[in-house]
Design a protein around this ligand. Sequence first.
Ligand code: CMP
Length: 136
Amino acid sequence: MSNLEQTLSIIKPDAVERNLQDEIKKKFVENGFSIKDEKKIQISKNEAEEFYKVHQSKPFYGELCNYLSSGPIVVMILEKENAVIENRKLMGATDPSKAENGTLRKMYGISIDKNSVHGSDSLDNAKIEIEFFFKN
Ligand code: CMP
């Protein structure tokens, strides 16, 4: 049965700074994702706080929002069968040092903060996150 989904992906400042966006986009395409929309932007700290509000109570929230707003990012709508879980598999564990070989965070991530990519963690959040960046 077909289960075509869309998920939101962000190439984070550490990866854009190292000019890795084309290489990372190629990995998505090679792994069967289509990039339905994309843009390179820089967001404000307020926007980062809104985007990451599910993490509001976490000790790393402030740093996380400073970081996401610290430089240009590439935001993308990715489409594939079971895109949410498939993207999470391709990204690997949040902490690059714990991510499996071949995953994006293992290949490109520097630290748990500078882990190169973000991906929606559920279909509900994917809808919210896509709307956040791609509302008209
Ligand atoms: P991301 O998938 O973008 O979602 C929230 C981010 O918080 C996560 O990736 C990490 O980069 C960052 N983060 C920093 N510290 C932690 C932590 N201790 N646990 C989980 N995420 C963390």
